[in-house]
Design a binder for this molecule. Structure first.
Ligand code: SF4
Length: 64
């Protein structure tokens, strides 16, 4: 599974960091940063939560 983050859509809400702090961080402007493009299987539920709560639909989880 691969995570894609469209940073240009990000509205700096920080929800993804709350949901999956091992996978996402925020820069000084609050824009999300992807720390793990291919998270370990044990992190995927947290990433799915981040996808669900992102108000900008900026995160996708791709099966590959
Ligand atoms: S949840 Fe979405 S909008 Fe909020 S910081 Fe993360 S990527 Fe950006």
């Amino acid at each position: 599974m691969k995570v894609e983050l469209e940073a240009d859509k990000c509205v700096a809400s920080g929800q993804c960091v709350v949901a999956a702090m091992q996978v996402f961080d925020q820069d000084d402007d609050g824009i999300a940063i992807l720390l793990e493009e291919r998270p370990a299987p044990g992190m995927l539920d947290d990433v799915r939560e981040a996808v669900a709560v992102c108000p900008a639909a900026a995160i996708r989880l791709i099966e590959q």
